[in-house]
Design a protein around this ligand. Structure first.
Ligand SMILES: NC(=O)c1ccc[n+]([C@@H]2O[C@H](COP(=O)([O-])OP(=O)(O)OC[C@H]3O[C@@H](n4cnc5c(N)ncnc54)[C@H](OP(=O)(O)O)[C@@H]3O)[C@@H](O)[C@H]2O)c1
Length: 324
């Protein structure tokens, strides 16, 4: 292992420095740091949860690269705010608001059908919208909210937008997960954590593990259509979600926490860099693929659990298959 790789790996395994802003700053100075993403004229990007935090930073990054950016918010007002904020940061860019509550199955299906039917292309889908509710919450469809937002929504959007992604191949789906997933395995037999005492961080991390496992399975299924599906984790970034959902964590990490732009760096890079279409199904952090498990983490998931998760989510997303 060369010097740069040794430092990079030590930052990754050590977590505190690697996930904070120090990690990104050190890595940027190491030899072999991947080149910045190339301009994206003529490309179309859709970012969910684009009104704040990492989603806003990613939308801004894509807009500055010259892409047409569809910024999705939970309703027309939030989508309008997302567009206004993106345009403030990237004046003159082609930014289009899209309204959809991604925790609502009917809205998701309708949105995906309309977008795939009307838009000529989609080069990059970023499934970024995320939540960490303080108490167990259910959606109108009866799903646990974290699971609906972070597991079912990316699945439905990927499936529903597959036609337009395939038309634009090679195209990319980027799922924003979390380093917290290292501590969890698929909760086999309790996929919505209904039988588990609710803890926001635990349930959140479980859904991120589930999202990573579904990313890997989507990658296999879509590779021959030219759609590359990756997951990434941003490290620790100072966003509204962290400020309200994890105030103690934010106070502790304040000296090292990343800016939203630093956290979103790898989202934008994966959306444009040629390296991202040389592979599929990988888990990225700071422009490098990372192992899906950590030496101090919960370990790998077995194949039956991975398949059961796919069937379960597919059954929810496409009820006519009746697999629930
Ligand atoms: N910040 C970090 O350190 C960190 C670390 C690991 C992973 N992440 C992940 O990064 C992603 C972005 O989080 P963030 O930190 O940037 O937090 P954030 O500022 O709270 O952003 C989350 C965004 O998702 C949107 N959203 C939530 N539920 C939605 C729904 N049902 N429909 C449409 N939009 C919805 C929110 O919209 P509203 O404002 O309208 O609620 C908000 O714009 C999340 O997936 C999160 O899990 C963040």
């Amino acid at each position: 292992m060369d010097f740069a790789t040794t430092i990079d790996t030590a930052l990754d395994r050590g977590i505190v420095l690697g996930y904070g802003s120090v990690g990104l700053r050190v890595r940027r100075r190491l030899p072999g740091w991947p080149a910045d993403p190339p301009p994206m004229p003529g490309k179309t990007v859709l970012v969910t949860g684009a009104g704040s935090g990492l989603g806003l930073a990613a939308a801004t990054g894509f807009a500055r690269l010259g892409a047409q950016v569809h910024v999705l918010g939970r309703n027309a007002e939030r989508a309008g705010e997302a567009a206004r904020r993106t345009l403030e940061r990237a004046p003159g860019a082609d930014v289009r608001p899209q309204a959809c509550d991604v925790s609502d199955l009917a809205q998701l299906r309708a949105f995906a059908e309309k977008f795939a039917g009307e838009e000529p292309r989609l080069d990059v889908l970023v499934n970024n919208a995320g939540v960490m509710p303080g108490r167990r919450t259910h959606t109108a469809d009866g799903l646990e909210l974290t699971f609906a937002t972070q597991v079912v929504a990316p699945w439905v959007l990927t499936a529903g937008l597959e036609p337009v992604l395939a038309r634009s191949a090679p195209s990319r789906v980027i799922n924003v997960v979390s380093g917290g997933l290292y501590g969890q395995r698929i909760p086999a037999g309790d996929l919505q954590s209904a039988d588990t005492r609710y803890g926001p961080k635990k349930v959140y991390a479980r859904t991120k593990r589930e999202e990573l496992v579904l990313t890997q399975q989507w990658a296999e299924r879509l590779l021959d259509r030219g759609v590359h599906v990756h997951a990434m984790h941003p490290g620790w970034a100072d966003t509204e979600g962290v400020r309200t959902g994890m105030p103690v964590f934010r106070a502790l990490t304040r000296p090292v926490i990343r800016t939203p732009d630093e956290g979103a760096d790898t989202i934008v890079w994966l959306g444009s860099a040629p390296e991202a279409v040389e592979s599929s199904g990988l888990f990225w952090h700071d422009r490098r693929p990372r192992p899906a498990t950590h030496p101090l983490g919960a370990g790998p998931d077995d194949e039956p659990a991975r398949k059961r998760l796919w069937d379960y989510v597919e059954g929810i997303a496409t009820p006519h298959l009746n697999r629930q």
